[in-house]
Design a binder for this molecule. Structure first.
Ligand code: IPM
Ligand code: MG
Length: 347
């Protein structure tokens, strides 16, 4: 197939992991005879430095025309006091591309049990798909920032809630058939809307799905006490942000977590969950696996190439099992070496 893919390397270790992502795309294209046109565009702090804007119009236009977008990472202390922050670019692209569903799988692997701070018996058979609502809630509500007081508004419409619930339910149908909807319905009005919509949508469309409601504080606890009991976990934007960082500790390393952000139509955005890690940027220490697993999600969910996606994913886990990985996972390879360990397995 022919596909036009835009890479947004961004800041910190972003360019290093984007190089690994690019190499993975090229290797898959070669192995399967696909024609991927890869181009790069400015995003985040790098874009602020070059243009003054975290998401330049040119970058957005390139992404809108693409079949899929890969993002490395954005942000860093350099822009902490800048009038515009790199993260604004990330929020803006999510909104502009209508990427309302953020899929963050947290799957444990025996080779990583030791990397997790949790006891091994808790980690067996953990396979969670977090579906985080990504374009609504408190992230995008009105806000006011004064010196003596500040406020952020959290709002959701039934339409915004329903569409992400459908996404979660459909994913559960192709998995183990269970959805946990996480909210704070004992306190928040938006959470009560989420609960009402969940009851209505599942009763009408997904009566066969096992549905569970959980308050977010309890969910934070159960993610540690009984993580294997979750299948699909769906929740609003801010809760999803927090719970996915927590879930990364089940897997063992932020350096292993990919993500996909999808809309109704148009290109999806695929990015590792880790940040720009400015402390190790440019040193060849960055773990490229989350970026390569994000490419696997790009192939499957962005381009519909399931076989290719599986091969890449298997190659990452084979390299990991052979201890051919970076130091954060107990290996001794640098970013390039760990990338090469995956590439030789798909050549
Ligand atoms: C994430 C990040 C972003 C978020 C930041 C960088 C704005 O933490 O993708 O989880 O909060 O959504
Ligand atoms: Mg986050």
């Amino acid at each position: 197939m022919k596909a036009n893919i835009v890479l947004l390397p961004g800041d910190g270790i972003g360019p290093e992991v984007a190089t690994a992502a690019k190499a993975a795309l090229e290797a898959i294209a070669k192995r399967f005879g696909h024609e991927f046109t890869l181009s790069e565009a400015l995003m985040g702090g790098a874009a602020i430095d070059a243009t003054g804007e975290p998401l330049p119009a040119e970058t957005l236009a390139a992404c809108q025309k693409a079949d899929a977008v890969f993002l490395g990472a954005v942000g860093g202390p350099k822009w902490d006091k800048a009038p515009k922050r790199p993260e604004q670019g990330l929020l803006a692209i999510r909104k502009a591309l209508g990427l309302y569903a953020n899929l963050r799988p947290a799957v444990t692997h025996p080779a990583l049990y030791d990397a997790s701070p949790l006891k091994t018996d808790r980690l067996k058979d953990v396979d969670i798909m977090v579906v985080r609502e990504l374009t609504g809630g408190i992230y995008f509500g009105e806000k006011e920032e004064g010196t003596e007081a500040a406020w952020d508004r959290c709002a959701y419409s039934a339409k915004e809630v329903d569409r992400v619930l459908h996404k979660a339910a459909k994913l559960a149908q192709s998995r183990r058939g269970k959805v946990t909807m996480v909210d704070k319905a004992n306190v928040l009005a938006t959470s009560r809307l989420w609960r009402r919509r969940t009851e209505a949508v599942f009763a009408e469309h997904y009566p066969d799905i096992e549905l569970e409601f959980m308050l977010v504080d309890a969910a934070a606890m159960h993610l540690l006490s009984r993580p294997a009991s979750f299948d699909v976990l769906v929740t609003e934007n801010l809760f999803g942000d927090i719970l996915t960082d927590e879930a990364s500790m089940l897997v063992g390393s932020m350096g292993m977590l990919p993500s996909a952000s999808l809309g109704e139509k148009g290109p999806g955005l695929f990015e590792p969950c880790h940040g720009s890690a400015p402390d190790i940027a440019g040193q060849g220490k960055a773990n490229p696996f989350a970026a390569m697993l994000s490419v696997s999600m790009l192939l499957e969910l962005g381009l519909g190439l399931a076989k290719e996606a599986q091969l890449l994913k298997d190659a990452v886990f084979e390299a990991l099992s052979a201890n051919e990985c970076t130091a954060d996972l107990g290996g001794s390879l640098d970013t390039q070496g760990a990338t090469a360990a995956v590439l030789t397995r798909i050549a």
